[in-house]
Design a protein around this ligand. Structure first.
Ligand SMILES: [Mn+2]
Length: 462
């Protein structure tokens, strides 16, 4: 009897130095490494990774080295890993022209099978009776088109008896309230055996439609702390899926086992206080309470003695969401998001990145951009993608000027420093303070392009 047994993991985001803290940088390694150690014990036929293995399109040598080390563990055990491109893995023309993105590098080192918008069959990977259609990240809603094109070129994919997987890195309808890259019906009606989604960092599945997103291995923003597996507002696990199925006339529905991996605990507190002094005491009380809860479920987590990092929603200073290192509290518990309502300030609308819905952001962007309707969609798509990465920035309805500054900073820092996303498609828009910044970026892009080797020259070289 034909059987299949594989692992689905996603969004490792290795290289992310969250909050500029080395501890957090190491947390992302540890989470992925723990996942791989568990996988090795499970001994699946292969691993499927649905993108964002690195956090940055240009990871540091040290980060690359760690990923190579982690992937080598799998290689030594002869467990092949299939991977598609996430939005953090790089697809800009500049990256591709200069010889390929980080996943191409891993492929070159024979550590991964990179499914680069293609269908991989047994002929390529040698695993009996498995075909995988994989498409990388694309902004907007062109994913269905991409899938359809691949299917048109390989009609055999849907008709043979292989175990058929479709993998992509995109938001699926039903994950966010009001935005998706791909609708559920279009993809599920194809009748494949397993649909694997990356990009959404909270574990999510629809067994009826065979659609599965294991979530990220660590949390990249506080809104992912909603993935709480305990009901007491503490997030301390990430997960991956183990999938089994067998063939009797056709492939049976997949049997899914959700494995959990312990990560640094994060607790969400809601406090009400009137002064900073009382605030401190409230935090201490709440932390002790959370510590007891963690001790009850996962006492080993407290041995890490993690430093407390606190996100405070505090209106008086007008910086609505800021990070405070309460170094005196580091013994109490792990990373925290604290939502504080200052008494007497209740009439003020404060929107944190956590509570702000995509719809709200879209509305604000629509208002401030001053763009004509036909240019608006592109701008919104790009901005939303960027904001997904920088979800922790402060945004408040009455702070449009600051919002401008933030977005400007994001756009201008995207290429220069540590953004994981591609070179943003820069669009010009009138009557906006962003215009000048963006023009500068554009000029730089043109200059750099002239200095680049062309793709053809490089291909000769390789
Ligand atoms: Mn991701």
């Amino acid at each position: 009897m034909k059987q299949i047994h594989f692992i689905h993991t996603s969004d490792w985001h290795i290289g992310f130095m969250q909050y500029n803290k080395t501890e957090r940088y190491l947390d992302f390694f540890k989470a992925a490494d723990d996942v791989v150690k568990k996988i090795i014990k499970i001994k699946p036929m292969f691993v499927l990774h649905t993108g964002d293995i690195f956090h940055n399109a240009r990871p540091s040598p040290g980060t690359i080295r760690q990923v190579v080390r982690i992937l080598n563990r799998l290689k030594k055990e002869n467990i092949p890993l299939f991977i598609i491109r996430g939005n953090h893995d790089g697809k800009s023309a500049k990256i591709l022209e200069s010889g390929g993105n980080t996943i191409s590098l891993l492929r070159e080192l024979k550590l991964v099978n990179y499914i680069d918008d293609e269908i991989m069959t047994e002929e390529y990977h040698g695993i009996s009776g498995v075909s995988i259609l994989g498409v990388g990240f694309y902004p907007g809603n062109i994913l269905n088109e991409k899938i359809e094109t691949l299917l048109r070129n390989s009609p055999d994919f849907l008709s043979n008896n292989d175990y058929k997987i479709i993998a992509f890195h995109a938001y699926v309808q039903g994950q966010l309230a009001d935005f998706h890259h791909i609708s559920i019906n279009q993809v599920s009606k194809l009748g494949v055996d397993y649909i694997a989604a990356g990009h959404y960092h909270i574990p999510w599945k629809n067994e009826k439609l065979k659609l599965f997103a294991p979530g990220s291995t660590e949390t990249t923003s506080t809104n992912e702390w909603r993935r709480m597996d305990l009901k007491e507002n503490i997030c301390m696990y990430s997960s991956f899926y183990e999938i089994k199925s067998e063939y009797q006339d056709k492939w049976k529905n997949p049997q899914i086992i959700q494995h959990q991996v312990l990560v640094r605990p994060k607790a969400m507190l809601s406090l009400e206080t009137d002064t900073i002094e009382n605030l401190r005491q409230s935090i201490i009380n709440e932390l002790l309470d959370k510590k007891k809860i963690i001790a009850k479920y996962e006492p080993s987590l407290l041995k890490h003695n993690p430093m407390a990092l606190v996100n405070i929603l505090y209106s008086k200073n007008q910086d609505d969401l800021r990070m405070v290192d309460l170094s005196g509290l580091e013994k109490e518990t792990g990373y925290l998001h604290i939502n504080i309502n200052m008494l007497g300030e209740k009439d003020r609308i404060i929107i944190s990145a956590d509570t702000l819905k995509n719809q709200d952001i879209e509305e604000i962007l629509r208002d401030i951009s001053g763009l004509p309707e036909e240019e608006l969609d592109d701008f919104l798509n790009e901005s939303m993608t960027l904001l997904q990465i920088f979800r922790d920035i402060p945004i408040s309805r009455d702070m449009n000027t600051e919002l401008f500054t933030e977005i400007t900073n994001i756009l201008s820092s995207i290429d220069a420093t540590n953004s994981g996303d591609d070179q943003p498609k820069i669009i010009s828009f009138n009557n906006s303070p962003l215009k000048k910044e963006i023009q500068n970026d554009k000029d730089q892009m043109v200059e750099k392009k002239d200095n680049n080797l062309t793709k053809n020259k490089l291909e000769d070289y390789f």
